[in-house]
Write a protein that binds this ligand. Structure first.
Ligand SMILES: [Zn+2]
Length: 81
């Protein structure tokens, strides 16, 4: 709680976990499944199931499985240019 605001790019493993999107190394709050750039592309229907994050829940796992290709589609499109 002292001086210094380090958000983007800082690694604080004790703060949460890594983004659930494959290959993403962003460390994020434990309640969130994915980092903001990925989470924003998750369809709203899936977000409701995935938040707050429940890694041991089979419903969460299933929603994550569906969310990954949906996010990938948008991310890949953005990369093509
Ligand atoms: Zn991510």
């Amino acid at each position: 709680m002292s001086a210094g605001t380090q958000y983007a790019g800082s690694n604080r493993p004790d703060d949460g976990h890594l983004c659930d999107y494959p290959g993403c190394r962003q460390s994020i709050n434990a309640a969130f499944p994915m980092c903001t750039p990925h989470w924003r592309h998750v369809p709203e229907l899936l977000r409701k199931v995935m938040f707050p994050r429940k890694p041991d829940d089979s419903g969460y796992q299933e929603a994550l499985r569906q969310a990954i290709p949906a996010v990938r589609e948008v991310v890949d499109k953005g990369r093509k240019k």
